[in-house]
Design a protein. Structure first.
Length: 282
């Protein structure tokens, strides 16, 4: 795999030679001061350019990056709506030596909007001095803040709503439906509450990492065992075990948050658990 020094030299050479490229930035994990570097990191690169259409006319210019074995162009896809504003265009590329480059082309006229949408940006090249609004890269915008009472109550309400739907799916033998309710409803709120639980123990705001990857570091060994057991959804029997485990772990976390914040503990848990037991007897 090409190392970072070689890759950064490649990027700078391309940007310096092409007059259409007026500025170049690096984003994401490679500029995040809270991320430990490793060989798996992508290069999240942006070219601020005078003419996006001229780059899109052909992909031949991308060959300078190396032998690309897979590419996705999100803004050219039909099934999935683009994330970026109209006029921006991105290439997600995997190369044969293991390097991955996510390259975005942004019209230079949109420079202010570009810097406003992401706090993790480092300017590598600025030919015209247009990147005056750039700040030191920081991921603090994404840290978990302590919840208000309304947020806490809504999280509890949504979690127990998801649990009741999952239980109905399990009782009907509808395993995929039940799994959906766990993954798309209950789990989202469980992880949210675990983030607040971590903040209650460690202090707010707290960095849970991308997609909550750092939450296990805030939990005890037993709590981690409970959390990962909720991912065993390959049978109806395991689905019931996962549901009970999620309920028990949510209780631990939400009770601690309610005590730490001085919030009254909502009675959703007792109502829904009783309701599920009633359904089982039908």
């Amino acid at each position: 795999m090409r190392d970072s020094e070689e890759m950064m030299g490649l990027f700078e050479g391309m940007a310096q030679r092409d007059e259409r490229i007026r500025a170049m930035t690096l984003e994401g994990s490679r500029v995040n001061p809270n991320i430990t570097p490793d060989v798996y990191q992508d290069y999240d690169l942006t070219f601020l350019v005078t003419d996006v259409k001229s780059f899109r006319a052909s992909d031949d210019w991308l060959a300078e990056f190396g032998n690309c074995v897979f590419m996705q162009k999100p803004e050219a896809m039909s099934l999935f709506p683009p994330d970026f504003p109209e006029g921006w265009f991105s290439y997600l590329m995997i190369f044969e030596d293991g390097v991955k480059i996510d390259l975005t082309l942004v019209p230079v006229k949109d420079v202010e909007a570009y810097f406003a949408q992401d706090p993790l940006i480092r300017v590598l090249l600025d030919k015209d001095g247009v990147c005056t609004m750039a700040k030191a890269p920081s991921d603090e915008q994404f840290w978990v803040q302590e919840p208000s009472w309304a947020y806490f109550e809504d999280c509890c309400n949504q979690f127990w709503q998801g649990c009741h739907y999952m239980a109905k799916g399990l009782l009907r033998g509808q395993q995929l439906y039940a799994n959906h309710m766990m993954e798309q409803v209950a789990r989202s709120e469980l992880l949210r509450m675990l983030g607040w639980y971590g903040g209650t123990k460690k202090g707010f705001p707290i960095n849970c990492g991308k997609y909550d990857r750092d939450i296990p570091g805030f939990l005890t060994k037993k709590e981690n065992e409970m959390l990962f057991a909720t991912y065993r959804l390959d049978s109806i029997e395991n689905g019931w075990e996962a549901l009970r485990g999620a309920e028990d772990l949510f209780h631990i976390a939400s009770w601690a948050v309610s005590e730490g914040k001085g919030y009254a503990y909502p009675n959703f848990e007792f109502q829904v658990r009783s309701y599920i037991e009633t359904l089982k007897k039908l």
